[in-house]
Design a binder for this molecule. Sequence first.
Ligand code: ACO
Length: 328
Amino acid sequence: MELTPVGVLGTGRYVPDKVLTNQDLERMVDTNDEWIRTRTGMSERRIAAPEQAASDLSLPAAEQALKNAGIRAEDLDLIIVATITPDMSFPSTACLLQEKLGAKKSAAYDLSAACTGFIYGLANAANFIAVGTYKYALIVGVEVLSKITDYTDRNTCVLFGDGAGAVVIGAVPEGRGFKSFDLGADGSGGELLKLQGGGSRCPSSAVSVEQKLHYLYMAGSEVFKFAVRIMGSSAEEALRKAGLGKEDIDLLIPHQANIRIIQAALNRLHLPEEKCIINLDRYGNVGAASIPMALAEAVETGRLKEGDTTVMVGFGAGLTWGASVLVL
Ligand code: ACO
């Protein structure tokens, strides 16, 4: 079967207005600006308004991606929303977004692969288009992590922020587009990063709230060790599948979880920091939104131009990981 080359037609991003700085956090928990900057690389993050949910953050990012792609919402065949902070368990945030956009003919579903969700979503949608099932797809990575963060726990509350990134994908000329995907999972690490409350094992109750099970739990240093190992190896695997080498990378777009994790990936790939987009200083870890927000920023600021080769790579709860080589 002849496969259609599939690539990015347009990108978009959105962050809420409210800024939470390291100095603000100093007044909330026993932490300090120096610790946060040296241990994580973060200075500030954006926080959604109380009335803002995932679909609200997704909408402006999706509209911008559609505009940049020159595609009408009605032309979309598929919407995938990657998130661990949906508006609600069901209906899916993708269906809520479909309604807000007026994308009447599109199929719509959410995808749960935590911070790797956007790469998983791209792989899903790209395959539908490559085999001719669909023509245009919208993939959104969005998180409202502030709503599942315990702002009395200094181990986690300094790390997370809110935002959305979106891409429209479709057919591109030969030679451009997605060259490979590397997706993986290791369920044995499921305990390291989780939100227990509200699911079928531990339904929401006064007890689940009292035990703070509605907040994200993370074994930070275990996740850190896994991330340092997997970011480099997944990027290398995606390059190998694409038949490319480290020297072919114009820009690395890593999941923005910790500057030290990114530096470890850069070392392994023998890349200087100029070949990497870093925005965690301004946005913190925005989960599934982190990579598409960085991609949209790279395109907007001209750091990534048509014909450039980028490797997007991420990891997250599950544990999951994923990388993709894209020629813009
Ligand atoms: N301010 C000051 N001190 C702190 C803070 C803070 N905000 N947080 C932790 N500390 C203290 C700890 O209590 C500990 O003190 P102790 O030695 O007296 O016990 C000390 O700092 C060192 O703690 P570590 O956990 O060893 O610090 P580490 O260097 O590992 O950094 C961090 C912690 C930043 C969380 C790091 O482990 C990390 O980035 N992990 C990966 C996180 C990640 O990528 N998560 C992905 C989630 S994405 C998703 O799927 C939702």
